[in-house]
Every structure is written in C-alpha cells, then in structure tokens.
Design a protein around this ligand. Structure first.
Ligand code: CUA
Length: 316
C-alpha cells in the first residue's frame, strides 16, 4: 500500500487531516468565488452601469467597500487559521519520544540501508530495503546519506524527510495498523531514483522480535555440494567485494547486505519480485533492469549461476 489517504499512524493521520481541511475549505472558497462571479455576470447582463466610480451613489459605494473589506478580512482569517493549524501539525510531528526503537537509515544510489540500533553490538542487525517495525510503538529513524540527497517517504506513515550528505536528520512514526507499506525515495537522486523503493512491514511486537532475533543470526553454512559450490562462486567472483553475508568473509557495504536476502519480498530496491528467475536475470544483466546501478554484470557460466542462486536461496 502506498497512499497518503490511508494513514496507518497518528502522524500520517495528522498530515491527512490537515490536507482534507485544506482541500475542503479551499474548494468551498473556490465555489463561492465562482458562484458570486456567475451571479454578478448573469444578474447584471444587459444593464448598463455608470461609466466611472464618481457617479456611483454613496450608499452603493459604501456597500461595495464593506463587501471588499469583509472578503479581505475573511481571507486573512482563513490563511491565519491554516498557518496556526499547519504549525501545530508540524510541532506534533517533531515531538520525538524519549525512548524509542531507533533505526539508522542510510540512503545509497539506489538502495536503502537499515541498521537497528542495540547497545549489544552482536544484536545489531543491518538489512536493506525492507524495514520491519513493531506496531503501537514509536520508531525513530536517523537519516543519513552515503552520496547525494535522497528523501525517505512512506506516505501511509509520515511525511517526507530528506537525507542530506554530512547531516543527520530524524523522523519518527508509530504504526498503529499492521501491514506492508510501500515507501519511495522522494528526491531526485540520479538515473534510478524511480527504482529506489522500500517496504515498511509493521507487525505485532512478538513477530517483530522474532524477525529481529533471526536477522541478527548468521545463516547456517550450506551443506549440499551445489550450494557449497555456489558459496565459493559468491566469494571468488567479485560479489563479496560489495556485499555482506553474515558468517562468511563477505563483509562489504557497497551494495545491500544479503545475509537474509530470501526473507525479503523484492530485490534491487523494489525493482523486481524476489524470485529465482528474477535473481538470475538480475545477476546476469543488472544494467538491463536498472541502468546506471552500481551492480556490474558478473560473468558466470550457466552452472556457476545456477549454483550461486541455489546458495542465495539458503539465505533465509
Ligand atoms: Cu534516492 Cu531519489
């Protein structure tokens, strides 16, 4: 789901309420102006008015002045009310809770890195493009960029917030309805800006806790000979220069960590569904799917590719 009209957090509710009020009052004013214009045009048709304002009777002139003054004051009042409303919503959105689960988000061209803060480094989990959060709890996001300006935007949960290189910004929300919410980079950041999506999976605390605990574990080493061969391909063909797989020598963060890649619904930051065929297509020719992406085509033979994808399939 990806819509600012289906708020799933108190924060998104505030934004949506403000928006509906602006739409409602703006539409009412527009209709009133158009109706007045039509009335004046039609009611006065064929009647000839005075050539200049000097000849308008005093009573009529005073009435006209009152109408203009009234409409002007009403405009100022409406704008001032919206200014106050807007400030109060903005204020509420920046009230950061003192204690909250904190997720460090780093924007990359073109994927999202998400690290779950924990005082115990062994429990710290880093994942990509799919962010799990517990429902009914405030979650704080610390936003950074590794390269250019990106913007973190999950419209069902809160407004946009830019990720600016060399600057830390924060955003928070409290998902009140379990679900999967699509997010999208909302600041043009290069060729594949459009294919820089992410998903927020909001789930009850127990389910979230289980996901977090599983995510901090390294996957079991492969046992099957094809999968073992696939792991050797991964570690020796250049994949390990950019990616991390927990429990192996691959520990790089140029591309998304793959430790539990099979637990994610999509690959390449939401560009493709995570299926065996798509994984193969992506590894074979990423530039055909996401031109400009940092992922190069990896020259592999058919059996190497099949074994590699078999091995990736074990990373649940
Ligand atoms: Cu990142 Cu647009």
């Amino acid at each position: 789901m990806h819509s600012a009209f289906a708020p799933a957090s108190p924060q998104a509710h505030l934004v949506a309420t403000l928006w509906w009020w602006m739409l409602g009052v703006g539409s009412a004013i527009w209709l009133a102006v158009i109706a007045t214009m039509l009335y004046v045009t039609l009611a006065r048709r064929g009647r000839r008015g005075p050539d200049d304002l000097q000849h308008v009777p005093d009573a009529t002139r005073r009435r006209m002045e009152r109408v203009v003054l009234g409409a002007g004051s009403l405009t100022v009042l409406v704008l001032a009310a919206f200014l106050a409303f807007d400030f109060s919503v903005g204020h509420a959105l920046t009230q950061h809770p003192q204690r909250a689960l904190t997720i460090d988000i780093t924007g990359h061209q073109w994927w999202w890195e998400a690290e779950y803060e924990d005082p115990d480094p062994s429990k710290r989990l880093t994942t990509a493009n799919e962010i799990h959060v517990p429902t009914g709890e405030p979650v704080q996001f610390k936003l950074r960029s590794a390269d250019v300006i990106h913007s973190f935007w999950a419209p069902n949960l809160n407004g946009k917030k830019d990720l600016i290189p060399g600057y830390l910004s924060t955003l928070w929300f409290e998902a009140d309805t379990a679900g999967v919410y699509r997010g999208q980079c909302a600041e043009f950041c290069g060729l594949q800006h459009a294919k820089m999506a992410f998903y927020v999976v909001a789930e009850p605390r127990a389910k979230f806790q289980a996901w977090l605990a599983a995510g901090a574990q390294s996957p079991p080493p492969p046992t099957d000979s094809t999968q073992l061969y696939g792991q050797r391909v991964f570690l020796s063909s250049g994949c390990a220069v950019c990616h991390t797989i927990g429990g192996t020598a691959a520990q790089a963060f140029v591309g998304p960590p793959l430790t539990h890649v099979m637990s994610r619904a999509t690959i390449a930051a939401g560009a493709l569904a995570n299926t065996r065929a798509n994984l193969m297509a992506w590894i074979t020719n990423p530039q055909a799917i996401k031109p400009g992406a940092r992922m190069p085509a990896v020259p592999l033979t058919g059996p190497q590719l099949a074994a590699l994808v078999d091995y990736l399939g074990t990373l649940k």
